[in-house]
Design a protein around this ligand. Sequence first.
Ligand SMILES: C[S@@+](CC[C@H](N)C(=O)[O-])C[C@H]1O[C@@H](n2cnc3c(N)ncnc32)[C@H](O)[C@@H]1O
Length: 261
Amino acid sequence: MDQPKTSLSYDELLARMQQIHWFHSIALRPGLTTFGPKTELILAHEEQALLGCLDLHGRTVLDIGAWNGHFSFAAKRRGAARVLATDSYTWTHPHFKGQESFELARAELGLEIDTQLIDPTEITGDLGLFDVVLFLGVFYHLFDPIDVIQRLRSVTGQVLMIETHQDALEKTRPGMVFYPGTTLGGDATNWWGPNPPLMLSLLKQIGFARVMYREYPGEVMYRGLYAAFTPEADPAIAAGFGVEWRDLEAPGVLDSLVVAA
Ligand SMILES: C[S@@+](CC[C@H](N)C(=O)[O-])C[C@H]1O[C@@H](n2cnc3c(N)ncnc32)[C@H](O)[C@@H]1O
């Protein structure tokens, strides 16, 4: 780990960390790791699955719903030329204090990352075009994810990486399950569980040329990872996609993902 980049003493940093509700466990200094339920091990596995397949050197990356910032920091450390981290819900939430948490971690790690306070529902092409767009753990929180996915198409230069809760896995037809109120996990911000046929048809319908899928890197059936490539994507950007990733339009792939009811 690098030398601390802020002038905070150990006790001052610990006190600041304790004032924040963390989601990511991020090692800020030896002996000082933030207290998120997403452990360093879980994050390492997700990071390897989502970013290990991409050559980020010199690329531009947009992280939507960055929260404490683990994936923004990881993209920068993996060589991205520019990273823009965005969020709104947790960043402005008085309990989560997400923007404060992001800034504390970013400053302590000494990483140059741009930020913008913007909700996914307000993203337009004015944000610019990014080689890689990260949309991790956000899809199912949106009441209208279809509108947002269309918005994301306008900022994706090459590949949109999606990590999401899923449902209707026993169906072969495109479908999403709606969760009224707090019926998914007791969380009133959870709305939808799509299945892989839905994600394939939706992403193709709005202009992505190819959609790859891989299972979540752990014993979690109801999560899935998607990589949606634009028609302009540089083939080199997909060179690192291993056998875990399957083209959803290849013969038999969608059928192989159907689980017994
Ligand atoms: C489960 S966290 C995912 C954080 C990070 N991307 C990851 O994968 O670890 C969900 C993120 O979605 C954002 N978000 C965007 N719109 C939201 C909404 N309407 N309700 C709840 N969260 C929302 C939150 O601010 C939060 O950063």
